[in-house]
Ligand binder design. Structure first.
Ligand SMILES: Cc1ncc(COP(=O)(O)O)c(C=O)c1O
Length: 375
């Protein structure tokens, strides 16, 4: 049996997305910058996709910029926002995705910008008071980048509260929302947020396309220069096919959001119950009360601890992750798992679900896990 429990790494394309991509690839190829009818058709489709994304976020289409992925969106905010806003400090948490952490570190190593990394508690939450007291004492413009939901442990941050603290302190606020876009409703008017990032492959769209929401009065410098596409911020002929596919993936996710959520929650609950009943000494990482419904990070006792754990699951057809997808394979310890204080002798596995998963798959995974237990 093959079981794909790695949906936080990436999701399979939805059938409707595949069908639309197929049709679009045949019927639409004009360069969106061309003024003839082929180009106009492509331009109209791109602007419609922008409108759809903006509507979902309760934003204006002018506030949406298409990018190549979540990593690019996050880089754009951090790297290109610095000069425009004369940023003197970047504030992040210690469990940000590497594309925020490494980027922020590099900027602060090379430029006259100070980096502040906030600690998290064992559930993966930063202390709100740490953030507010830091912002109160910092001088000069600050950019705060705190992720909405952690991709490894699923803990969801209160970005509404964080946004209002940033607002009071006149700091810019970016949230990496890659794991929550299309899985939860969004209203950027309800959160004091200046930037958020999305990535299509996390919600059954294709890889290699994403977007950045950027509040209208907030500006960044151009990431890529050239023909002036994407309001002069990211030149280069638009990835027409993928942008249209991302719109479709978002539409399908919105239409099915509640149904899929109920299904996935049911699978996750069943998995937790079975794990607790069948395997002694496991525990769950992250804040179980405020957690992505798609993610379950499990800490296994020492008797499972073997370098071959992920490999053995893979041999049995089970795809999971031993940390962030982006660093899995590198065989390096996870900065998130260590930040929340999980001892080194415990192995953490992230199981992450989509509506395609079934309870039968859960039963199979439990059976295999039991067989991997050392006696
Ligand atoms: C929280 C988070 N941010 C950013 C990214 C990077 O997104 P992309 O793969 O689209 O570059 C990921 C992907 O794993 C993620 O989970």
């Amino acid at each position: 049996m093959n079981v794909y429990f790695d949906n936080a790494a990436t999701t399979p394309l939805h059938n409707e997305v595949i069908a639309l991509m197929h049709q679009t690839a045949i019927n639409m190829f004009g360069n969106p910058s061309s003024s003839h009818s082929f180009g106009r058709k492509s331009r109209a489709a791109i602007e419609q996709a922008r409108k759809t994304i903006a509507k979902y976020l309760n934003a204006s289409p002018l506030e949406i910029i298409f990018t190549s992925c979540g990593t690019e969106s996050n880089n754009m905010v951090l790297k290109m926002g610095i000069q425009k806003h004369n940023i003197k400090h970047i504030v992040i948490s210690e469990i940000e995705h590497k594309c925020v952490l490494n980027t922020a570190e590099e900027i602060c190593n090379k430029q006259d910008v100070e980096l502040h990394i906030l600690k998290v508690n064992k559930l993966g939450h930063l202390k709100i008071n740490d953030l507010s007291s830091l912002l109160e004492r910092l001088e000069g413009k600050v950019l705060v980048s705190i992720m909405h939901a952690n991709n490894e442990i699923g803990t969801i941050a209160d970005i509404k509260k964080i946004g209002s603290i940033c607002k009071v302190n006149n700091a810019l606020f970016h949230s990496d929302t890659v794991q929550t876009i299309a899985h939860y409703p969004f209203d950027v008017k309800d959160i004091e947020v200046d930037f958020i990032s999305g990535s299509a492959h996390k919600f059954h769209g294709p890889k290699g396309v994403g977007f950045l929401y950027m509040k209208q009065n907030v500006k960044v410098d151009a990431l890529i220069q050239g023909g002036g596409q994407e309001r002069n911020l990211r030149s280069g002929t638009e990835n027409l096919l993928s942008i249209i596919a991302m719109e479709k993936a978002l539409q399908v996710s919105i239409e099915n959001m509640q149904t899929w959520r109920t299904q996935i929650e049911d699978i996750k609950k069943y998995f937790k119950t079975q794990l607790t009943a069948e395997i002694d000494g496991i525990s769950f990482n992250g804040d179980q009360e405020n957690c992505l419904y798609t993610v379950l990070s499990v800490s296994f006792p020492e008797r499972f601890h073997t370098d071959m754990f992920l490999f053995n699951l893979d041999i049995k057809g089970i795809a999971v992750s031993g940390g962030s997808a982006c660093s899995s394979g590198a065989n390096k310890g996870s900065h998130v798992i260590s930040a929340i204080g999980i001892p080194e002798n415990r192995q953490s596995i992230r199981f992450s679900f989509s509506h395609y998963n079934t309870k039968k798959e859960v039963d199979y995974v439990i059976e295999i896990l039991k067989s991997l237990e050392k006696n």
